[in-house]
Design a protein. Structure first.
Length: 159
């Protein structure tokens, strides 16, 4: 293998490793990059001997560390990270009116979790036995912590 081809294999391998870390997670680019880099280092040991191969190996490790440090220090990660805050909250079930047996109406399809209007309050509820379509009457059957379990009822009356 010629020195030019060894350099090309090493550069492509290091680029694929960098792509794996920065842009394309999943392992494919990382595995191919590692194999190409390892192959290039192995060929450099065959072509340059122990001293030259060790220098190439140390240079590859140093380049990987430098590239990782550059990408960690710059704002590259900001482009890939989630910057929004979630303003949702769990159900506050301190209201004594919402208890087992309270009735309401589904606002969205419960598949099996969704929104329902119970005593004029929009709550996240969980259907215990099946999916429930929107605008169907429901009844609270259990409250466990912040989870409200409901089932569909046959009549439309509200207690």
């Amino acid at each position: 293998m010629t020195p030019t081809l060894i350099i090309i294999v090493l550069v492509v391998g290091l680029l694929l490793l960098t792509l794996e870390i920065v842009a394309i997670p999943g392992g494919f680019c990382g595995v191919i990059g590692f194999l190409l880099t390892a192959f290039g280092v192995w060929q450099s040991y065959r072509w340059l001997g122990i001293t030259g191969g060790t220098i190439v190996l140390l240079c590859c490790v140093a380049i990987c560390v430098i590239l990782l440090a550059i990408f960690m220090k710059t704002k590259t990660w900001k482009r890939f990270s989630l910057n929004e805050e979630s303003d949702s909250a769990v159900n506050q079930i301190e209201d004594p009116q919402i208890k087992v047996g309270t009735r309401g109406t589904t606002v969205a399809r419960l598949a099996p979790t969704g929104k329902a209007l119970i005593d004029g309050k929009l709550m996240e509820v969980h259907a215990i036995n099946k999916f429930i379509d929107p605008d169907r009457p429901i009844e609270v059957v259990a409250i466990e912590g912040y989870r409200i379990d409901v089932c569909e009822t046959e009549d439309n009356r509200f207690d």
